[in-house]
Design a protein around this ligand. Structure first.
Ligand SMILES: [Zn+2]
Length: 289
């Protein structure tokens, strides 16, 4: 493939003024308190400007540098560890090169890509990803949650944080480079006292109080597959989808998601929606599980 081929999502623009390192650092710190318009203004520029994307990549890495997760990845990869690796572009390039289309091709992409190990780690540890820990008290006190499945867990960012907060957590995803890293992390942190990581394709994870699915449904060719997993497994279902594409980077792998049919199906299964500022929280009080 020639180098001059322009990818469909590489709409590289020419800007006369670029963001400075400290401006993007400040943006990352304040991002979650900004309006959608303010976020999309910055995002539009950095996603289409190679210069500012490089700065942004560096800013995120530098913010992640002092976190445990960063050290985990460094120790796990050893000599192969690449500081400042731009996994966001690499992931989009890999997707574009492979052009997965069928359900099997999409599954195979997730089963084999190594880029998500970096990508999920930097997104989470740089705090570009929203912090969901303030909800843990709500889950404990209001809903009496003790056991959790982190569905579509990837490298286990949330599930590990939940384990540290005292929840009993199981992890579900493809058997892939991300879950290989997760298994290593669980062992390192002495959470390997029992089988915690389950292959999403086997659907044999334990019954739990809550199934937690963050930034995962929009990656599934059929997000309705989740119902096979939750219909008899849980009484609380919590999910989050990056609807407004606020995460930064290119996401050719995000599949449009039909919310109204999804909600109807949840209601048919006996769930009812709870009020929450940004999470989709569904309870099933009559559930025997
Ligand atoms: Zn720029």
């Amino acid at each position: 493939m020639g180098n001059d081929i322009i990818h469909p999502y590489k709409n590289v623009m020419t800007y006369t003024k670029h963001y400075k390192y400290n401006q993007l650092k400040d943006y990352l710190k304040k991002k979650h308190a900004l309006s959608k318009l303010e976020i999309s203004t910055v995002k539009k520029h950095i996603d289409t400007c190679d210069t500012c994307w490089d700065t942004w990549n560096r800013v995120r890495w530098d913010q992640a540098k002092y976190k445990d997760g960063f050290q985990d990845l460094k120790n796990y990869l050893g000599d192969k560890f690449e500081l400042y690796h731009d996994s966001s572009w690499a992931l989009a390039d890999e997707w574009y090169d492979k052009k997965p289309n069928s359900e099997i091709e999409v599954s195979n992409f997730y089963k084999t890509t190594k880029e998500y190990v970096y990508n999920s780690l930097i997104f989470f540890e740089s705090e570009d990803r929203k912090d969901f820990t303030p909800n843990y008290e709500l889950f404990k006190k209001k809903y009496g949650i003790k056991t959790i499945v982190d569905y579509g867990c990837g490298i286990g960012n949330d599930g590990l944080s939940m384990l540290k907060a005292g929840f009993d957590v199981y992890f579900v995803d493809f058997d892939c480079p991300s879950t290989d890293f997760l298994k290593w992390r669980l062992k390192e942190k002495n959470f390997d006292n029992k089988k915690r990581v389950f292959d999403v394709e086997s659907n044999d994870f334990p019954i739990v109080d809550m199934v937690w699915t963050i930034d995962a449904l929009e990656h599934m060719t059929n997000p309705f597959d989740i119902f096979r997993a939750i219909s008899d497994k849980t009484r609380l279902f919590v999910y989050f989808i990056d609807d407004d594409d606020q995460a930064g980077g290119r996401h050719p792998f995000h599949i449009p998601f039909d919310h109204s049919d999804f909600r109807k199906k949840l209601i048919n299964l006996g769930f009812s929606g709870e009020d929450h500022e940004y999470l989709s929280v569904w309870v099933r009080p009559s559930s025997k599980v």
